[in-house]
Design a protein around this ligand. Structure first.
Ligand SMILES: [Zn+2]
Length: 230
């Protein structure tokens, strides 16, 4: 479905949101969901009249399995470049394992979690073509580094259109905004500081990795949520 003109959500993918930004003949896929979801993206694009080759870039909000799972298939099918903040490059290209919050029992949780990514879900790592930094521009989109959930979590922000794509830096479940889950945020304080950073931006539309997009007054909702955290 079209969220706002030019920005689509691939609604056949129910687990983690995959967004498409379509401008002229250029398609950008934002996030890659779990493994096995590339076909749903191709079908959605086909219905709009675009072949896989129209995809020029795949922007990842971060290197979690449910956001990068199908990146290899999407890249192979389209030849698109893979973009992610440099802090999460080692997760995407397979050099690092996912760190969870330090504490009692988390050592074994971390091992099990990374075993599941590698063996059970068979994540296929890909080289990152274009590592980005805070403030980098991708056309009119701006990269906003929002670490805490992972080291390289980043939002994609379109100031002129007032659109913000936040990945897991914030979620929107059952009508409520939420911070990233503490157990799967390697640095909780940083994750909360990132929410304040997001709240300082000027936007109307907010798209989450989990939960429906807010298409009106999203900035106000996020500011109220961030204020309550302080
Ligand atoms: Zn995540």
């Amino acid at each position: 479905m079209e969220v706002v003109p030019g920005l689509h959500w691939v609604d056949q993918i129910w687990d983690t949101k995959v967004y498409l930004w379509i401008e002229d003949d250029r398609v950008v896929v934002i996030d890659a969901a779990m493994p096995g979801r590339a076909l749903a993206v191709w079908r959605y694009l086909e219905a709009l009249g675009y072949p896989p080759g129209a995809v020029q870039a795949i922007w990842l909000t971060h290197g979690d399995i449910d956001h990068m799972g199908s990146v290899a298939a999407l890249k192979t099918g389209s030849g698109a470049e893979v973009v992610v903040h440099h802090g999460d490059v080692p997760l995407v290209d397979g050099r690092a394992t996912r760190a969870v919050r330090a504490g009692r029992m988390t050592g074994s949780l971390e091992k099990t979690f990374n075993w599941a990514i590698r063996c059970l879900l068979a994540y296929q790592p890909v080289p990152v073509d274009h590592p980005v930094e805070d403030g980098d521009l991708l056309g009119e989109w701006q990269v906003v580094h929002t670490p805490g959930h992972t080291p390289g979590s980043a939002c994609y922000y379109h100031p002129r259109r007032g659109i913000l794509i936040v990945g897991d830096a914030l979620n929107h479940r059952r009508g409520r905004l939420g911070a990233p889950p503490p157990l799967f945020s390697y640095d909780r304080d940083q994750a909360l500081a990132s929410i304040l950073k997001i709240a300082a931006l000027d936007f109307e539309v907010c798209c989450f990795g989990h939960g429906p997009p807010l298409v009106e007054k999203a900035g106000q909702r996020v500011r109220a949520f961030a204020h309550a955290l302080q």
